[in-house]
Design a protein around this ligand. Sequence first.
Ligand SMILES: Nc1nc2c(c(=O)[nH]1)N[C@H]1C(S)=C(S)[C@@H](COP(=O)(O)O)O[C@H]1N2
Ligand SMILES: [Mo]
Length: 310
Amino acid sequence: MILHRRKLLTGGAGLMGTALLGGCDRFAGTETGRRTLQVGEDANLYVQRLLMSPATLAREFPAAMISPWFKPNGTIDPPDRAYRALAAQKFAAFRLTVDGLVETPLSLSLADLRALPSRTQITRHDCVEGWSCIGQWAGVPLAEVLKRAGLKPQARYAVFHCADTLEYAGSQDGAFLRPGHPGAVREAYVQLAAAEDWGGAPTATDAPKDDWGQGSADSEPEDKRTPIRYYESIDLYDAVNPQTILAYDLNGKPLPVSNGAPLRLRVERQLGYKQAKYVMRVELVGSLAGIGQGGGGYWEDRGYEWYAGI
Ligand SMILES: Nc1nc2c(c(=O)[nH]1)N[C@H]1C(S)=C(S)[C@@H](COP(=O)(O)O)O[C@H]1N2
Ligand SMILES: [Mo]
């Protein structure tokens, strides 16, 4: 099969926008193992090759094995006013931004996302801190979103920008809210809430709740501090894996706030901290150097592995 470079680069049809996916069995297995996309190589060609080889999938489980309760961890109730204003309106005004190295930047409502092809999977979530839960996730494959945006040839990574502040840059006050490890995020919020008004009381409870519609519609006040919000990234190899989805449902219901409402990443062959919750923006970049401190994620910039394979 001959791939025409120019054809693959034209607009939104750039990624997978052809009938190439059928009848390519003879290429199966030629792309084994992980390989990093090289400088000067075209993201579209790379992605085409990936899609022609069998995907490595995480184990999926029967419905009977779904955990009765999916333990929320890290941020469970973002205190950020902009997020709370969205939650107060049941995320009616939510828009996912897809931008960076794409041909067509997108702004997608929840209805837009639900209208795209969907995938449902029952998988096990493994937190780096030693607990697991099995849940059923439904969402739109990230590949479907990228197909509509169209990758520019220089794209190498998808970066997920989240709504929840974990700390303030260079601020003494930020020390209140600088968790030392993922399991400490919640306690940090509780301490911060006691120290100042965050426009809503973060809770320390694990109780599952139907929490859409809560919060305050107040707009974010002027704040001279620079919030550092949660961020994560994956390479294109994981981005186009069929199990990599932007999930909007957990166990057949819209995601609760505690598990990342209204949209969170599932990248099933990696650890819990890669599963970015409260995703507001997917940015395609050529390098992670300009993201946070360059490690590719909030926890990566604090010493955790970028490739958190399980
Ligand atoms: N935005 C955001 N995403 C996040 C976190 C967070 O604090 N903020 N914590 C991570 C960690 S350490 C884990 S284990 C999972 C927890 O997801 P859950 O709350 O649905 O169990 O979310 C990950 N994604
Ligand atoms: Mo975690």
